[in-house]
Design a protein around this ligand. Structure first.
Ligand SMILES: *Cc1c(COP(=O)(O)O)cnc(C)c1O
Length: 459
């Protein structure tokens, strides 16, 4: 399988190269040149366990770069750490089926991809005798999932920047109580944007970047998208066992378009998904592009579902590349227009194709809180991100929807308390976490200081 750039002017890469590079050299995102067709095998696949299914889904994308037995070992190791042996179990309610994606070590769906990516990196680095220093900035979820994905791994250091005192206490502790010697938490005296901008400045210091083998784990890595395809198949198969003739509709709380793009790929691979409900909070750039055909940046608003508070949905570029018929020069032009004017347009044809797959639904704070309250009465406590997806499912008009539950409610307890007036119960990994020993260095809002830190700790 060849991996090509969405902007059309990089040389094709293998799977392993695509995982190591993260981003294409021309600034585009890497995508597989072809999408495998599983439509003739659905029957056989439907009886597999989660891990066996992951092996089948990954095989054509990995395309022999990693031997099948080794690939299965990586999958096995990644999903053994999940607290539920189904990995992503389903809970059937009347009109909604909840797909629980939060049984990983940091209690959010990002673990599904980042546990696998950590093990995959370790394997690739070992085989090529290279080292990697991962550098990132986080406002919460991605940082802790990335740290837990690579803690204790050979040949990898991780430097994760967060804005000092501006991450929720639980999320901060999920990062800083990881004491492994390859994990470096860095609290920046500034905002999340300051931390992000330090990371960008360091990545742009090409000499430094090459010398210290810097890499990223953000949602643009292809392997993350690939890992997320699996649970769409798994959920659809379990759903069909219960409702053999009901159409399959997923509702996906969306920020960066990563999770829902994996659902789009599952559909392209032949899984009979009728519709993907694209659920957004008040940060509604994706809702608006579906309504109007115009992708237009506006300012970020803080909501109860912070992991969806984004301005640009990076993975949307992969989707646009697909609907233009893989015309890299067309995508490059749209991205140039976006950088210059803050917006770009879909053509009428692209817009119509998009509307036939995705149904956009926007959910506000009031609806989110009401949904948490309503489902509490039904006996299920939703986190605010999941509540956005569930509320969107209810507003969609479909009578049966699989709603992706992207985080455990205890992880966002403030919003839960706000909705129901009481604390959620805490899973074992969070009990006592606020009092545990932690490790974190504070730096000034200055990229040179962060570079010095990386130099001092370089492996
Ligand atoms: C990251 C995240 C999302 C959004 O996922 P995208 O792939 O960015 O669309 C939703 N919910 C939670 C809890 C998250 O951490």
């Amino acid at each position: 399988m060849q991996y090509i750039s969405t902007r059309g002017s990089s040389n094709p890469l293998t799977f392993v190269q695509a995982v190591l590079e993260g981003l294409a050299r021309d600034g585009g995102l890497l995508v597989p040149k072809e999408i495998p067709d599983f439509s003739g095998q659905l029957n056989r696949l439907s009886s597999l366990s989660y891990k066996e299914l992951a092996l089948e889904v990954f095989t054509p994308f990995v395309d022999g770069d990693i031997p099948r037995e080794v690939l299965y070992k990586l999958i096995d190791k990644s999903y053994n750490v999940f607290a539920n042996n189904e990995v992503t179990p389903l809970k059937f309610l009347d009109n909604i089926t909840i797909l629980e994606l939060f049984h990983g070590p940091t209690l959010a769906f990002k673990d599904v991809a980042l546990q696998f990516l950590g093990n995959l990196f370790e394997e690739i680095l070992k085989n090529n005798d290279i080292r990697l220093n991962i550098l990132g900035a986080t406002s919460g979820d991605t940082g802790s999932a990335a740290i837990h994905g690579v803690r204790g791994k050979e040949r990898i250091n991780i430097f994760m920047l967060h804005p000092k005192g501006k991450v929720s206490p639980i999320q901060e502790k999920q990062m800083t109580t990881v004491l492994d010697k390859n994990v470096f938490n860095v609290a920046v005296e500034g905002t999340f944007d300051d931390a992000q901008s330090i990371v960008k400045q360091i990545f742009n210091d090409l000499e430094f970047r090459d010398k210290y083998h810097l890499g990223a784990v953000n949602s643009i890595n292809w392997a993350r998208v690939m890992a997320q395809i699996v649970y769409y198949f798994y959920a659809a198969f379990r759903f069909r066992e219960k409702y053999p003739s009901t159409e399959i509709v997923f509702s996906v709380p969306t920020g960066n378009f990563g999770d829902i793009y994996a659902g789009y790929l599952a559909k392209k691979m032949g899984l009979p998904i009728k519709r993907l409900i694209l659920a957004t909070n008040e940060n509604d750039i994706l809702y608006r592009v579906l309504e109007t055909g115009e992708y237009k940046i506006s300012s970020v608003k803080s909501t109860l579902s912070p992991s969806m508070d984004i301005q640009i949905a990076s993975n949307f570029e992969r989707y646009v590349f697909d609907i233009t018929g893989q015309k890299g020069e067309v995508v490059a032009q749209k991205m140039k227009t976006l950088a210059e004017t803050g917006k770009f347009d879909l053509t009428a044809e692209e817009h119509n194709a998009t509307k036939s797959v995705f149904l956009p639904v926007r959910v506000n704070t009031k609806e989110t809180l009401e949904t948490i309250r309503k489902y509490k009465v039904k006996g299920v406590l939703l986190d605010p991100h999941t509540a956005v997806g569930v509320a969107a499912a209810e507003k969609s008009g479909f009578s049966q929807v699989i709603a992706l539950s992207t985080a455990h409610p205890a992880k966002f307890s403030e919003a839960v308390v706000n909705a129901i007036g009481e604390e959620p119960s805490y899973p074992e990994s969070l009990i006592g976490i606020l009092d545990k020993e932690c490790k974190c260095e504070t730096v000034k809002n200055n990229y040179i200081d962060v570079e010095k830190l990386i130099e001092a700790k370089f492996l």
